[in-house]
Ligand binder design. Structure first.
Ligand code: SF4
Length: 405
């Protein structure tokens, strides 16, 4: 039986690199147009070429996103855009709108086509319909139950992908007008302003302006916000159901988020069906708790009534501070790219890819920080390159975080 794969988010070049190094089998990214994260940094044409080559070298599938919905006025521009990307050599293109698929076919694009979850595919007839239309992998609607997944696998030849980890929408597989209605930004064009995560108060109609607090949590009230998905504990059930690809959401989250969740799910897939799967569960859960998230639910398909919903604020137990610029050597003085301040004397926690089941994570004390190789400082500022000396050698691919007490 073909082993299921991990599909990871790649919001920019460095996120893609780390997702691949930390175990992704497939990465997804978008260009400047027609994908559902237009606030993400996204890939230029040059980045796309680099991404395809990097993925090929590392035997990883590259999926390009063209999954927004097209209005009549968009068709001409979309066709011109497709013309520019059609020879990039992507492994696959993710599409929602059948009109987009027609444009791709008219342009003679030769790659796999994956159907986005936005098309709410929930049954084997729909899957067959989309296979006939030219898709090879179907990302099921998030409302599909595990029993339905099993039936779809039994009755079709489709590769099936489901969401395993990350933010959920309260709307039906992401089809939502809240953002367009409240902020003029259309979620289905990739421009969601996330009003489901905003704080709300109560106003009695005869007393406009008199906002009464609805007190849900100390930190606020988010009555429309969903929990985050975490299918880790149920992964073996979904493997048995025949799922081919497990997707991690989060192109606009940090590279630490992409890397850490990718390595945990990859390790879980590799050990599924063996005693190590249960033995490692506490470590995996601890690590997934150390990426920023809302409280987790495994109630992806709403099989357990309302457990997946209820307003809940973010949990941040660790802060991503930076990573080692690789030089092929394990050494105590390294070139370091910062994302948050780092101070001399503090101890950082570092994570590494899990290879052959070996976990090499550890704590590293910062002894010295230099700019331009000579200017010593007490604190490294964010978004800088500096030299850091640690109390012991640091291997390539290290990602550093500060764990909150
Ligand atoms: S407003 Fe919330 S539910 Fe609606 S599309 Fe955006 S994230 Fe999803």
């Amino acid at each position: 039986m073909k082993k299921p794969i991990i599909v990871s988010p790649a919001g920019n070049r460095e996120k893609l690199k780390f997702a691949v190094r930390y175990g992704a089998d497939n990465v997804f990214f978008g260009g400047d147009f027609y994908n559902l994260r237009i606030q993400s940094q996204n890939f230029s044409f040059e980045d796309m070429k680099w991404a395809v080559d990097f993925c090929r070298e590392n035997k990883v599938e590259s999926t390009f996103l063209l999954n927004s919905f097209l209005h009549q006025n968009d068709l001409k521009d979309a066709a011109e855009y497709i013309d520019k990307i059609k020879d990039m050599g992507f492994h696959s293109i993710m599409v929602s709108d059948p009109g987009m698929l027609m444009l791709l076919k008219e342009a003679g694009v030769d790659c796999h086509f994956h159907l986005s979850t936005q098309m709410n595919t929930l049954n084997d007839r729909s899957v067959k319909f989309w296979l006939d239309a030219g898709f090879s992998r179907i990302v099921l609607g998030r409302e599909t139950t595990i029993e339905e997944v099993k039936m779809i696998k039994r009755n079709t030849d489709a590769e099936i992908e489901i969401f395993a980890h990350g933010a959920l929408c309260i709307a039906y597989s992401g089809r939502c007008l809240l953002s367009r209605y409240l902020s003029g930004r259309d979620a289905n064009q990739g421009d969601c302003s996330q009003p489901c995560r905003w704080g709300y108060s109560l106003v009695e109609e005869k007393r406009p302006g008199d906002h009464m607090d609805v007190i849900e949590y100390k930190s606020g009230t988010e009555i429309l916000s969903s929990k985050d998905l975490c299918l880790l504990e149920r992964l073996e059930e979904y493997i048995d159901a025949g799922v081919d690809a497990f997707k991690i959401e989060g192109r606009i989250k940090s590279l630490y988020h992409a890397a850490n969740s990718t390595r945990i799910y990859k390790h879980a897939l590799e050990t599924a069906g063996t005693p190590q799967f249960r033995n490692n569960m506490d470590f995996w859960k601890k690590e997934l708790d150390l990426v920023s998230h809302r409280p987790y639910t495994s109630d992806l398909f709403n099989e357990f009534d309302k457990l997946g919903f209820g307003g809940v604020p973010y949990i941040n137990r660790a802060l991503f501070v930076g990573y080692k610029i690789d030089d092929g050597k394990e050494r105590d003085e390294i070139l370091f790219k910062t994302f948050n301040p780092v101070r001399v004397g503090e101890t950082l926690s570092a994570i590494f890819p899990i290879e052959n089941g070996i976990i090499r994570d550890g704590d590293f004390k910062v002894l010295k920080i230099y700019y331009d190789d000579v200017i010593e400082t007490d604190m490294a500022r964010p978004r800088q390159l500096c030299r850091m000396v640690f109390d012991k050698p640091v291997a390539d691919n290290a990602i550093f975080r500060r764990i909150n007490e």
